[in-house]
Design a binder for this molecule. Structure first.
Ligand code: AMP
Length: 183
């Protein structure tokens, strides 16, 4: 079985075109390397962009969606697999189970929540999967600064702060998170 990456990202596109460009670039890089996508199943916003890019490379895309959302808005029609789950909580858990690593792209509360749950669970030792931010167009600069301030203030252990990697280049970040197996 190939590797999979869970991608947390906006259900909106954001105002700057570089956000969608980065989602597209990451999706193509994943598809070309045979890294499957696990995500929230929508066909809009950055979520739709990354799913389309992985599918364009004939990559594997698993959407995980709670009943609540599928009834309201449906799911991307081209998914390799759609998993329905009973709740938002179960969705986050299932996305982490299916993935070998997690990346957050620009997004809003939904993205932040998913990212911080992955980090909290890593901090508690519930998984050892790598977690990163794709810091497109400086979007996460403020968050990165805030996390560093939290270490300074004594609320975040440096070893826990180090659980979150970041980078601005989709290819390099993918290499760092899921190194290709050495033959
Ligand atoms: P947001 O960052 O608030 O736009 O939320 C996007 C993230 O939360 C995605 O990674 C999804 O897994 C989840 N999510 C939030 N809202 C939706 C939605 N309307 N449809 C599908 N997934 C959503």
């Amino acid at each position: 079985m190939g590797q999979r990456l869970a991608v947390y990202c906006g259900s909106k596109l954001g105002h700057h075109p570089s956000y969608a460009r980065a989602a597209e670039q990451l999706g193509h890089a994943m598809g070309q390397r045979g890294v499957g996508l696990v995500y929230g199943a929508a066909d809009f916003g950055l979520m739709g962009v990354i799913a389309d890019a992985v599918l364009a490379e004939a990559g594997d895309v698993i959407g995980v969606i709670p009943d609540l959302l599928i009834d309201a808005e449906g799911a991307h029609p081209g998914l390799s697999r759609l998993e329905r789950v009973p709740s938002m909580h179960r969705r986050k858990q299932r996305m982490m189970e299916l993935a070998d690593g997690m990346i957050a792209l620009p997004g809003g509360f939904g993205t932040f929540e998913e990212l911080f749950e992955a980090l909290t669970w890593a901090q508690l030792g519930l998984h050892q999967k790598p977690i990163a931010l794709l810091n497109v167009h400086g979007y996460f600069d403020g968050l990165i600064q805030f996390l560093d301030d939290s270490v300074e203030a004594g609320f975040l252990a440096p070893s826990h702060r180090a659980l979150l990697h970041s980078g601005s280049d989709p290819d390099l970040l993918l290499n760092a998170l899921l190194p290709e197996p050495q033959c």
